[in-house]
Design a protein around this ligand. Sequence first.
Ligand code: GLV
Ligand code: GLV
Length: 325
Amino acid sequence: MKPKVYITRKIPNEVFEYVSKYCQVRMWPEEDTPVPRHVLEKEIRDVEGIYCLLTESIDQDLMDKGENLKVISNMAVGYNNIDIDNATKKGIAVTNTPGVLTETTADLTFALLMATARRIVESELYLREGKWQTWSPMLLTGQDIHGATIGIIGLGRIGEALVRRAKGFNMKVIYHNRTPKPIVEKELGAEYRELDELLKESDYVCVMTPYTPETKNLISFEQFSLMKKNAILINTSRGGIVNENALFEALKSKKIWGAGLDVFEEEPLPVDHPLLTFPNVVVTPHIGSASINTRLKMAQLAAENLVGILNGEEVNYIVNKNDLN
Ligand code: GLV
Ligand code: GLV
């Protein structure tokens, strides 16, 4: 008998077909609405595997209901939506989709950096709203990117990919990481800094670290007070790493120059959110990895992780591998 699995969102057809070859599949049929919690609570009862997105909170309560669960396959590289410790205690493997989205997410990070620095969105609105009267010397002037200092907090795969882009723009690259990475420093020409030093020196501060209890509110009031007046904060990782009240204060009191944000404490970001009152904040709706190719690869990799675990095969991307018995 094929194992039963539940997929929490409509996924691309070919990926659905792939999973169906190996599993009895039930799936939430909507693409743009998350599965309601009560449906998920019911669906999880008899399945051995769950294929989920970062919009689902897979907590202890839910896992308690899924007595047969062997694998939780997250279609994302980040997995802060899953209670990993509890999954480990229960012997449930948690998998993610690193690697395939690295370059695409670095592209978006750099795009946000450029859009914020050069006021692209504000300029577009200015033109569309009929405000453009004449070329004038200081109209819509922004910050230079070339030659500036970029500070990367979290030098994982995506952070490294960002270094390569920054080097192409002739930027000085500094980084902070739990453990310094001398080989990467040598290969890519990035210099290590303590966090405070990085914040004091950077024209661009890019948050590229995973969201964990240790990185929650990593960038808050004190950190903004260290940053340069012309500094631009970029966050394409997770919302909770940057304290949004502190960011609001920093922008309001002009402690920093702007922010480019793809992720938020609460998603979807409410349209009446105070951060949206600033023209120097550029926002996108959590689209870091959203290229057609990359999303297809992530969907397929999540499927292979799910099927692989259930078939007892070797799977590369088990988050809690070392702690499972
Ligand atoms: C997206 O945010 C991901 O973690 O893959
Ligand atoms: C700008 O368009 C310039 O020619 O300097």
